[in-house]
Design a protein around this ligand. Structure first.
Ligand code: PMP
Length: 438
């Protein structure tokens, strides 16, 4: 049981408190009384420093799709390491991975690599500004797009800040300049009328609309097709670019979320799985938009360097990961994702706990309410729901399942049918504990 069976993690955390703020490097992996430190992983399993074993259902927050230490990825990365890990020159590896991505996403012709999803989103927003010469961006309330000031506006507005039905632009981090808030138009997710009207209102000043087709932090509900179609149409109408943030959703299908929804954005941001387990980000789109990065005729509209951008170890591992991810792999991910969602939904019905799962493909999220989840506000946890979620999470952890504490699961290809059954069994037993709360 956590935390009693984790003395080494406790000790490491006590050490970490001296040299890291709050003993922490990533807010997302913090937990009380202390985080569990990983020692190693293999396939879909992870072992912590105390030797406890888990089925990994978080996969480094959706960045791993082949689990841990896949032999083909080890080979690709170590082969490159032996040749040198980084150069002050481009390498063939960036051309190879760019070509693969261009072959998969119908809307893109060119790619620019970066080191994280945060950086990809930042550069995509800057590219839209450089292309249009306009200052403002629009984004959905509650949607997470990394740590760039503009992208994190209205990430977590509390109910006290909601004014009626209107979305609000609220700073996420203390110290965010007022000017940043003034340049962000917050739109509601999955509300065509309100979003279109706000986009039209700010149209002449709007560089882009940034949208994640299935925003994790805003509930992981897939966007209505009509919503994305409306964004596609109205951005054309006002001359703003449509940016899909596919940092997570690229793992939903061979052609990404844009392939599933059948909608072509102007720019796409990528990250996570395309690095094969290494740090990565990418901005991609049609040549007319990507030309802002082009230095071949002098200083580009948008200069962009990055000491580690297109790092060859990342590129080689990413290429190996993406090559393994063929149509059959996506079909398998859809099958196991559906099996886990169905299994957990059945357990909700059996135990009578309100709620169930949402998600697509290898991604799912568990909600503890029978309210219809449509967007950030409908996904917002009441106190009772937060309590159920905490009991459920503790139940999963103590049954050897590692998932995000806010209910997200990301499944991986090494999972067997027996692993799927084990995940569903652990979730069902944990739900019984939730039911016992009354
Ligand atoms: N966009 C989305 C949709 C994300 O989920 C994330 C990270 N979870 C990011 C951007 C930022 O990516 P990174 O953590 O690599 O900076």
């Amino acid at each position: 049981m956590y935390p009693e069976s984790h003395p080494q993690s406790r000790e490491l955390y006590a050490r970490a408190l001296n040299s890291l703020p709050g003993g922490n490097t990533r807010t997302t992996v913090f937990m009380k009384p202390f985080p569990i430190y990983a020692a190693r992983g293999s396939g879909c399993r992870v072992w912590d420093v105390d030797g406890n074993e888990y089925i990994d259902c978080i996969n480094n927050f959706t960045s791993l799709i082949h689990g841990h230490a896949h032999p083909a990825l080890i080979e690709a990365a170590t082969k490159q390491l032996a040749l040198g890990s980084a150069f002050g020159m481009p390498t063939e590896s960036e051309v190879d991975l760019a070509e693969l991505l261009v072959g998969r996403l119908p809307s893109i012709e060119q790619v620019r690599f970066a080191n994280s999803g945060t950086e990809a989103v930042m550069m995509a927003l800057k590219a839209a500004r450089a292309h249009t010469g306009r200052p403002k961006i629009a984004k959905c309330e509650g949607a997470y797009h990394g740590s760039y000031d503009y992208a994190e506006v209205s990430l977590d507005p509390p109910p006290s800040a909601w004014c009626g039905n209107a979305p609000v632009s609220v700073a996420y981090a203390k110290g965010t300049p007022q000017n940043v808030l003034a340049d962000v138009v917050t739109i509601p997710f999955n509300d065509v009328e309100a979003a279109v009207s706000l986009i039209r209102e700010h149209g002449p000043e709007l560089a882009c609309v940034l949208v994640d087709p299935m925003p994790n932090r805003a509930g992981l509900v897939p966007a209505d097709r009509a919503y994305l179609e409306a964004l596609r149409q109205v951005t054309r109408e006002v001359g703003a670019l449509l940016i899909f943030d596919e940092v997570i959703t690229f793992r939903l299908g061979y052609h990404g979320a844009q392939g599933l929804w059948g909608i072509d954005p102007d720019l796409t941001t990528l990250g996570k799985i395309i690095g094969g387990g290494f740090p990565v980000g990418a901005i991609a789109g049609g040549k007319q938009f990507m030309s802002v990065f082009d230095p071949s005729s002098g200083k580009p509209a948008l200069p962009h360097g990055g000491t580690f951008s297109a790092n060859p170890v990342t590129m080689r591992a990413g290429l190996a990961a993406m090559e393994l991810l063929d149509e059959a792999a996506f079909a398998r991910l859809d099958t196991i994702g559906q099996a886990v969602r169905d299994g957990i939904d059945a357990a909700f019905r059996k135990t009578g706990v309100p709620g169930g799962t949402v998600g697509l493909g290898s991604l799912l999220k568990i909600h503890f309410t029978d309210r219809r989840i449509r967007d950030y506000r409908s996904a917002y946890l009441t106190e009772a729901e937060a309590k159920r979620q905490a009991v459920f999470n503790a139940g999963l952890l103590n049954r050897g399942i590692s998932a995000a504490n806010y209910g997200l699961m990301a499944l991986s290809l090494p999972m067997t049918d027996a692993d799927v059954d084990a995940i569903v069994a652990a979730a069902s037993a944990s739900l019984q504990e939730v039911a016992a709360l009354g």
